[in-house]
Design a protein around this ligand. Structure first.
Ligand code: ZN
Length: 437
């Protein structure tokens, strides 16, 4: 008797709490915002069908026809929402498809840039099936990286357009066609994206959404820069019997000294520098195009050449500059009879976790909370690979990881969690709505 009474009481309490929650949510969302949520819910099945259509078109980065076809498919969707679209071609020798740019221009609120990409890592000869659905998960080529994110953008914009919330607002979308293998030179490949960023106040990127170790949803406020370095050592050569004496140390001891000093002196949080390849001997050569080297030498000859290639990843521009300076200083302390030069190349600028990015995450988290979808934490910046948002982060407050939930990106096991489409589109629609008021 006593137990069942306790259960009844607990149940009653639960019902009251649930009612209070619904009430609280209703109060947290304005009438417009409640409509947005309802629209997203209603049209989620359409978004899933659009995802399937886009995934059935192979759009490996090196398949320009496929990338353009996906661009045309999404372009038509943007046009239907009152966006003007255009295709930005790349010079033919870059062997890249180009990008889809869509825009609506108005006078009110913050100007928002939405970033997606049309290409996937799966080229035409890929054996990975494009689409396999079991009703809760979809497996296939680019489902979460990132055609899922692209349809989330369109689902959110459709809701905003349907309630008239895009009237007089400035929203641009750039869906690049070569995110997985950025065309070279990057300044040309990313000119359209950077130009759109310069006309925007905030950038939202829809790469796959990640969860933290506690299973809490996250947003990406920082991504590490990635670049490479090239170390070239030249040394006096001679008979090996004269090593450490009149003929000096040779190129290999000098290369070893430098690499060891790097790892002993430079290590700090969020900074990594991998020494990746080394060739050395009496003569050595490295071919960047083939990522391959050759060397010739004999054990009784002091080696003349050593070439080392590596990468460098850092979270802020200052951290990158400091690391390069210290590496340079180490390189200059040459052992007798040797000389070394190091050069650096930055492929992705850093997206530092700035206060502006953190504020954007706070607004996203608030929107999520108000919709009853929980708070959103910051994903640890050191753990995320490079992405397109990094090209715009130097110009505007930026937030990434707003796309679909899933995993296994860049592998045959890539999957998308179907329920995440609706969640992410609701959060995005509310955030864009609030930013553009
Ligand atoms: Zn991606």
């Amino acid at each position: 008797m006593k137990t069942s009474h306790a259960i009844r009481q607990a149940l009653a309490l639960l019902l009251v709490t649930a009612a209070a929650l619904t009430q609280a949510q209703a109060q947290a969302l304005s009438a417009d915002e409640q409509q947005l949520v309802a629209h997203v819910r209603r049209h989620t099945p359409d978004a899933l069908r659009l995802l399937e259509r886009s995934v059935l078109i192979n759009s490996g980065t090196l398949n320009p026809a496929g990338v353009r076809e996906v661009g045309a498919l999404f372009g038509a969707e943007f046009e239907a929402l009152g966006f003007k679209t255009r295709w930005v071609d790349m010079p033919a020798d870059m062997k890249r498809a180009g990008h889809l740019v869509a825009e609506r221009v108005g006078e009110h609120g913050q100007r928002v840039l939405l970033i997606g990409h049309l290409d996937t890592v799966f080229e035409k000869d890929s054996t990975v099936p494009p689409w396999q659905s079991d009703g809760s998960k979809v497996r296939g080529q680019g489902v979460s990286d990132m055609k899922g994110g692209d349809v989330i953008v369109l689902l959110a914009l459709r809701a905003l357009n349907d309630i008239g919330a895009l009237q007089g607002r400035t929203v641009r979308a750039v869906f690049t066609g070569d995110e997985e293998r950025v065309g070279s030179p990057a300044e040309v490949a990313r000119a359209a994206l950077v130009a759109a960023a310069r006309q925007s106040d905030v950038a939202l990127a829809f790469e796959g959404a990640a969860q933290d170790e506690q299973g809490q949803p996250t947003g990406t406020v920082g991504r590490r820069a990635s670049g490479s370095w090239h170390l070239q050592v030249t040394a006096r050569t001679g008979h090996s019997a004269g090593v450490f004496g009149r003929d000096g140390f040779g190129a290999l001891y000098e290369a070893a000294r430098i690499l060891n000093a790097f790892q002993e002196q430079l290590r700090e949080p969020e900074l990594t520098f991998n020494a990746a390849t080394i060739v050395g001997g009496t003569s050595a050569a490295w071919d960047d195009g083939q990522s391959q080297g050759t060397a010739f030498g004999k054990s009784n000859v002091i080696p003349r050449d050593a070439i080392v290639r590596g990468d460098l990843r850092y979270l802020t521009a200052e951290q990158g500059a400091r690391a390069r300076e210290r590496m340079q200083a180490i390189v200059e302390q040459s052992l007798p009879g040797t000389r070394a030069r190091i050069s650096f190349h930055e492929s992705y600028p850093p997206m530092a976790p700035t206060p502006g990015n953190m504020r954007l995450l706070a607004r996203y988290s608030q929107a999520s909370d108000d919709a009853g979808l929980g708070t959103v934490a910051a994903f640890p910046p050191g753990q995320r690979g490079a992405g397109d948002v990094q090209f715009v982060a130097p110009f505007v407050d930026s937030l990434d990881g707003l796309g679909a939930g899933g995993g296994g990106a860049h592998t045959p096991d890539e999957y998308l969690d179907i329920a995440s489409i609706q969640r992410s589109a609701i959060r995005a629609a509310l955030l864009i709505y609030r930013l553009t008021r």
